[in-house]
Ligand binder design. Sequence first.
Ligand SMILES: [Cu+2]
Length: 316
Amino acid sequence: MNTPARLAGFAAAAAAVFGLALVGGRVVGPVADEPAEDGHGAHADRTPLTPATGRTEIPGGLMVAQDGYTLTLDADRAAAGADVPVSFTITGPDGVPVTSYEVQHEKQLHLIAVRRDFTGFQHVHPTLDDGTWSTDLDLTPGTWRLFADFKAAGGEALTLGADLAVDGAFEAAAPLEETRTALVDGYQVTLEGDLTAGADARLTLSVSKDGRPVTDLQPYLGAYGHLVALRAGDLAYLHVHPDGEPGDGATEPGPDVVFHTAVPSNGTYHLYLDFQHDGVVRTAAFTVTAGGNAAPAEESEEKHGQQEGESGGHAH
Ligand SMILES: [Cu+2]
């Protein structure tokens, strides 16, 4: 039952039935989770994304290098403390540090620093000197993820990510509970809307202070809010901008700021809203679980289950 020949036969049949391509003896498509001939199944492989959803994009922030651009921290370790200097370069396809960037949201590069257990979040704008970016961060002990969100001149917008180990003893924080109301400096920010894998979600963030809606939000980097969403588990990064712009004649300066985004998968996301009022930028943090309808993938999921059941225990 579990011989490679049998698997190859199934794969060929599956390819015939589903019109899939056979590449190097492996099926590319919904049945790519078939146990491979090495007996391990393909779970650890980077499975090509299914035609069922048609999504082929890898979320931002998961890689140090992409499309020829590489993020390199000058040091991948740092001391804990306030105002710890951190510097890095982005090298381009020619291997040389990039010195020319396109401005996005008023800055050439946005740096997001998050402790991997989500207990710290900073959004800062480093300064560029001869290809080296420098900034100060407030760092507590633990592993931090740094995201460089930029668009090199002549390149595509990218977010590269790298880890920074910060010295000192620490305890990983307990997982964050679902939180749709954030309190920060006397402001209350609520989040309405549900995230669904692969589908556009409308999120409304409403800002109030002392029980009164805030109707005079100030533009921050060209918008009334900036929303960063990080997926629990791997910190896949999404940077979302709201509907409308300050001064477009239609967008009100609060209390609601409306965002549209599609998350790449179901699961838990940590969301950080940067907003400005009375001249101060503050961050409101939320934890939301994306659930909802994953129907397009269900049929192939079932096939996986059956095949795994048939070939369980097959190993060399
Ligand atoms: Cu920024």
